[in-house]
Design a protein around this ligand. Structure first.
Ligand SMILES: Nc1ncnc2c1ncn2[C@@H]1O[C@H](COP(=O)(O)OP(=O)(O)OP(=O)(O)O)[C@@H](O)[C@H]1O
Ligand SMILES: [Mg+2]
Length: 712
């Protein structure tokens, strides 16, 4: 006969089992959703393969136009476009897709451009803006971005203006007159989306401009801001749908660096450009070297390593960014870097706008080497020669990391992205993102990236953005170095850990990750072989990624705590149905530093240094424009390797406009340098890229940096 006690016991058991089943269902549903997402991405990818008819050439597919029209052929404006490109912009050749995009816009088509950060999207609309009659309207989300662009264009002698809260009455009058009556010279007008959504006056002037046939094109920069699914939704972008409705015959160009399929469709729908020609370039940034370094638990050691890295690799004050998790950490790290002799300052959302702008400006003008920022230091960073982006702790998703690290090397020259990872940073992030839609899933994706000591880091991006894999060319620490990684079976440790956590939970006790690792210390005897504390932390995270554990969160008055609890697949470990493996480096990580053994970026030397100084001097002499607006790093590199001796030769590199403006000083500098140069030092004077590739011969002997995307 069953007693009441028996029944109660069985009921409890069943209830626990139901909970367990529910957990498993939840996990399986989440998994199903992810698989569906990946399934549709892969289907899309296969269609793209089919459409291009080439089978499996990754490069061709990674750079595709949705239309069968040929935009790379000859057009009537070719020679005029080439002239403006070289002689005004000082750009010797087009990069991938630029020519085609320009041709599509010039043909009057609506265009959607997906091109990686620094790919050269601005030229795609600025050049047609100059070639077409009338005024081009550019919508851009941030004042600072607009200011940078207008300043750069003005330095090139292009009549560009902005209509924002900072515009003087005088300029406003000029702009309105130009729109309404076609008086005065105005080719490119920048506004923020609020102007379209909120200013009736502006819209009526624009209409007059259009009615007189003087609105040449509409460009919408950072177009992902249209979509709620994008990473930076701006409600004012919604109102931009009015533009195509009102000015249906004016070509609309939407540009962004990243957009998933979903976001692309959203943008096309919002902007009412369903028949646009779509140009999708690869997300690959072949000039970026990706590294994940294990992070010490001692704060000072981490800053020491960052400082050492910066001082050893970038002795000429080359620009960089250090991203930190919190505002407080930002201030602290900036102060500690300063103590170590690095010109660093912080940037976060708690500062007032002026203070932030001041820091940003000092950095843009190379008066400050490093900005230590939170995520608030984001869109709007236009500096092309950022040589390194260091993450003091991990980002919240692969997408965010791609964006943030992608601020390095926008000029196409070799640059480095270093992420300092330690498992204990995971709960800090997870307690911030767990309430966001897919927040934990997104975080765990980047945690997988960090935990992996074998997989190509670049491939992780291709997978994430559903793009065919491309060769890494040894440009990540996992591909470049033979690190001695052992895959160790830690199933026994996992089992002990699961039992321990289960026992605690049965006693209604909760454990954080660090508490759990601490408790494992007492189990040393039981385990026999020992694994280190850091590896134990790594194991907890691995078990969370494998759904053996899961994270749960509890709010207190001061913070949100993340606890580790039993997950849906815990029983599999207990029943020996799941093998748990851990990748363990056999070398001491701190000493193994890949970065000390080879430099993956480059620094100026010889004549380059002289030209770098000259551009600083010229920039302050020309109304305080940015040094990179005088000469880009790439131009400095080419000039140093070719050493032009006449204005004609220099013109071929930097175009007529810059030669007229700065040519004589540049040529003087070259003369001075070559005069003082010992005759056998030709080797030192190879172009930066040559030296870079040489330096980039890493332990596996793999070399890098393709410039194949440059069409000559
Ligand atoms: N064909 C080219 N050859 C050499 N340099 C180029 C070329 N096209 C553009 N650039 C340079 O590349 C840098 C980045 O260009 P741009 O600002 O247009 O990038 P972007 O695609 O808009 O990037 P982001 O998404 O970060 O805004 C600029 O310094 C620009 O002058
Ligand atoms: Mg841009």
């Amino acid at each position: 006969m069953e007693t009441e006690g028996d029944a109660l016991e069985e009921l409890l058991k069943i209830e626990t089992e139901i909970e367990d089943v529910q957990d498993q269902i939840k996990f399986l549903l989440e998994r199903q959703e992810k698989l569906h997402e990946r399934q549709s991405e892969l289907k899309f990818l296969l269609e793209a393969y089919k459409a291009s008819g080439t089978g499996n050439s990754a490069n061709e597919n990674a750079s595709r136009s949705s239309s069968l029209e040929d935009w790379s052929g000859s057009f009537e404006w070719d020679s005029q476009a080439d002239d403006v490109r070289l002689n005004i912009f000082g750009i010797p050749s087009y990069r991938q897709n630029q020519k085609e995009i320009i041709n599509a816009i010039m043909s009057g088509r609506d265009v959607l451009v997906i091109m990686a950060a620094g790919g050269g999207k601005s030229l795609c609309y600025q050049l047609p803006a100059i070639l077409r009659d009338g005024v081009a309207l550019v919508i851009s989300p941030l004042l600072s971005l607009i200011q940078d662009q207008v300043m750069g264009l003005t330095a090139l002698g292009i009549p560009a203006y902005m209509l924002t809260s900072t515009t003087s009455k005088e300029n406003e009058k000029f702009i309105y007159k130009a729109l309404e009556k076609g008086e005065g010279e105005l080719k490119i007008l920048y506004v923020t989306p609020e102007k379209i959504s909120k200013s009736k006056r502006f819209m009526s002037k624009l209409e007059k401009c259009h009615n007189a046939g003087r609105l040449s094109l509409i460009s919408i920069d950072e177009a992902h801001c249209c979509s709620q699914w994008g990473h930076d939704f701006r409600p004012d972008y919604k109102s931009l749908s009015i533009l195509k409705t009102q000015f249906s015959n004016v070509p609309v160009v939407a540009l962004t660096a990243t957009a998933t399929q979903k976001v692309q469709y959203d943008v096309m729908e919002m902007l009412r450009i369903p028949k646009c020609v779509k140009f999708v370039s690869t997300v690959n940034r072949p000039n970026l070297f990706y590294t994940v370094r294990s992070k010490s638990s001692i704060g000072k050691v981490v800053v020491d390593e960052i400082a050492e890295f910066i001082q050893e690799s970038y002795p000429n004050s080359e620009s960089g960014i250090v991203y930190c998790f919190s505002r407080k950490e930002c201030e602290q790290v900036a102060a500690e870097l300063r103590e170590r002799g690095i010109a660093a300052d912080y940037y976060h959302a708690d500062m007032d706008v002026n203070a932030r702008e001041k820091v940003h400006m000092r950095w843009s003008k190379n008066k400050l080497q490093v900005i230590v920022g939170t995520v608030a230091f984001g869109m709007g960073i236009n500096k092309p020669d950022v040589r390194f982006v260091i993450h003091h702790s991990l980002s919240k998703s692969m997408e965010t990391y791609y964006q943030e690290s992608g601020r390095a090397g926008r000029d196409g020259l070799p640059s480095e992205c270093v992420l300092f990872y330690r498992p204990a940073d995971v709960p800090r992030q997870s307690s911030m993102v767990f309430y966001e839609n897919s927040g934990l899933q997104n975080l765990y994706d980047i945690v997988r990236y960090c935990q992996s000591k074998r997989q190509c880091r670049r491939n992780a991006f291709f997978r994430h953005f559903a793009e065919p894999l491309q060769d890494c060319n040894g440009m990540c620490n996992n591909c470049a170095f033979f690190s001695e990684v052992r895959e160790v079976d830690v199933s026994r440790h996992a089992k002990v850990m699961v039992s321990l956590l289960q026992a605690m939970q049965e006693n209604d006790q909760r454990l954080t990750m660090l508490q759990l690792v601490d408790k494992m210390k007492n189990k040393k005897k039981e385990l026999g072989s020992d694994i280190k504390k850091e590896e134990m932390e790594q194991l907890v995270i691995q078990l969370i990624l494998d759904h053996v554990f899961k994270e749960e969160f509890q709010h207190t008055a001061y913070a949100t705590n993340a606890y580790v609890t039993i997950g849906p697949l815990a029983n599999q470990v207990l029943q020996d149905k799941k093998i748990v493996k851990l990748e363990i480096s056999s070398k001491q990580k701190n000493k193994d530093d890949s970065m000390k053994s080879a430099n993956h970026s480059l620094t100026f030397s010889g004549l380059e240094l002289k030209l770098d100084e000259l551009r600083e001097e010229l920039s302050s002499g020309h109304g305080g424009i940015f040094p990179h607006s005088v000469l880009s790093s790439q131009q400095i590199s080419t000039i140093s390797s070719q050493k032009p001796s006449s204005a004609q030769e220099l013109e071929k590199i930097i175009g007529k406009l810059k030669t007229d403006k700065y040519g004589s000083k540049i040529l003087d500098e070259i003369k001075k340098y070559t005069g003082s140069e010992p005759s056998d030092n030709g080797n030192e004077e190879e172009g930066r890229e040559n030296r870079a590739s040489k330096r980039l011969k890493t332990k596996k002997g793999v070399v890098v940096i393709e410039s194949s995307d440059e069409e000559s």
